[in-house]
Design a protein around this ligand. Structure first.
Ligand code: PGA
Length: 250
């Protein structure tokens, strides 16, 4: 059977109440449960994670993690804790977390902690800007390699990479499918050069940045990616459900 697309919702610091979180999850569940080609992933804020009833309809994700297993790290949450409340995927190195202090080194430690706990990291990478010389490709390559750190070849199969060019996050329009395709191929090449083709091919590549139901299908079908990381539209159940329907119809 063909691998399923991953459509992951990064709820960020939304919504404001647990009642609203449950409402969003219940609405999305109605469509997610009927899809055949999609693994839907919801990444709510930590406090809502185990309260959102999503069993059977979609997988649970987290938006960040600390790299240490336990101890004196006020305000932090470990990979084992996330696992114990049913989390399967963990977003690591999102641009907004990098802006708040995550470096390639700490991102690599987090990737190691997540895979070590048997969970799947959704590693976010993306250039700040594009230049006409193609220098951004070198930036992207270095970021990918540094963010993976010492990730062992055996753990590469757990990896998901979300390509999110910074200029397309929270923007008015997404990247063109042609550019998504070119960059996804480049990311696969970097992974292949690092881990070998067989391992690289097992890594799902997602696109993120201003995805809506209007552009979702073209980005996945023409951009040839394995799914999407959706921000704003993930807490708008009507819009998110339309994205699910569009992708399930490919
Ligand atoms: P956006 O966010 O869909 O609102 O652009 C994407 C993300 O930050 O993951």
């Amino acid at each position: 059977m063909k691998k399923k697309y991953i459509i992951a919702g990064n709820w960020k610091m939304n919504p404001q109440t647990v009642e609203e979180a449950k409402r969003i999850a219940t609405q999305v569940k109605k469509v997610a449960i009927k899809t055949k080609k999609i693994e839907t992933v919801a990444c709510p804020p930590f406090v809502y994670a185990h309260l959102v009833n999503i069993a059977d309809a979609f997988s649970l994700g987290a938006q960040d993690v600390h790299f240490e297993p336990s101890g004196s790290f006020t305000g932090e949450v470990s990979a084992e804790m996330l696992k114990s409340v049913g989390v399967k995927y963990v977003i690591v190195g999102h641009a907004e977390r990098r802006k708040m202090g995550d470096t390639d080194e700490t991102v690599a430690q987090k990737v190691g902690a997540v895979t070590g706990a048997g969970l799947q990291p959704i590693l976010c990478v993306g250039e700040k800007e594009r230049d006409s010389n193609g220098d951004y490709l070198g930036v992207l390559k270095n970021q990918i390699i540094a963010s993976l750190g010492k990730l062992a070849r055996k753990d590469v199969k757990q990896l998901v990479v979300a390509y999110e060019p910074l200029w397309a996050i929270g923007a008015s329009s997404a990247m063109t499918p042609a550019d998504v395709r070119e960059t996804a191929l480049f990311i696969k090449k970097v992974l292949s050069d690092t881990y070998g083709q067989e391992y690289a091919l097992s890594v799902k590549i997602l696109y993120g940045g201003s995805v809506t139901f209007k552009n979702a299908k073209d980005i996945v079908a023409l951009g040839q990616v394995d799914g999407l990381l959706v921000g704003r539209e993930s807490v708008n159940p009507e819009g998110f459900n339309l994205i699910l329907k569009e992708i399930d119809g490919i």
